[in-house]
Design a protein around this ligand. Structure first.
Ligand SMILES: *[C@@H]1O[C@H](CO)[C@@H](O)[C@H](O)[C@H]1NC(C)=O
Length: 189
């Protein structure tokens, strides 16, 4: 009887697991006022890695403020760094919104050696001493699940902090410690 119950429970959880989580709304580039990319390079899907960054800017808690910060970041990336677009594929705001950067199945400019095989996800803010907002963390988790369901991310993708694969403090020590508890986090690339 006990094993039957366990079996039923397992079957139940399996069915629950197959129900696609609703993908979070993504604020398009045109909605946040982004410039058009100078060039677009496509990446092969499913993507094997997600590399997490922080933007090392103030945080933002409204769409207006996040959009303003992202426009500054894009200008910096395109005008100073000479990237063809904002470097990250997507950004997560402290308002709990996901913002479109270079986007799905595109090659970003965020992590040397990993751009064509990873999705660059940046948390808006500086997370050296502080954790992101709960809504920001939850939005990122939901977004990554959605990426797998869309077939953009490999179901066995590895989640890395930028500091694991390049000489940077990004995504900030506090956020990095948090990421280490996430399902897909990998100790080694
Ligand atoms: C990020 O936060 C750390 C710790 O609070 C601080 O030392 C550093 O200067 C900040 N970086 C920027 C660019 O503001």
């Amino acid at each position: 009887m006990k094993s039957l119950l366990v079996g039923l429970l397992c079957a139940f959880w399996r069915v629950q697991g197959d129900v696609p989580a609703k993908c979070p709304e993504i604020i398009s580039k045109s909605r946040w006022g982004a410039r058009l990319p100078l060039e677009v390079e496509y990446a092969l899907i499913p993507i094997q890695y997600v590399v997490v960054h922080h933007t090392v800017t103030p945080t933002c808690t409204t769409e207006a403020k996040c959009s303003e910060l992202l426009k500054n970041i894009q200008n910096f990336h395109m005008d100073e760094m000479e990237f063809h677009d904002i470097g990250y594929n997507f950004m997560v705001g402290g308002d709990g919104n996901i913002y479109e950067g270079a986007g799905w199945h595109k090659v970003g400019a965020h992590t040397y050696g990993y751009n064509s095989k990873s999705l660059g996800l940046a948390f808006v803010g500086n997370f050296t001493e502080n954790l992101p907002e709960v809504v920001q963390l939850e939005a990122a988790k939901k977004f990554l699940e959605c990426g797998v369901q869309l077939g953009e991310l490999d179901e066995k993708y590895k989640l890395l902090g930028a500091r694991q694969v390049s000489s940077t403090q990004s995504p900030g020590l506090k956020l990095y410690w948090e990421l280490k508890h996430w399902n897909h986090w990998s100790k080694t690339p």
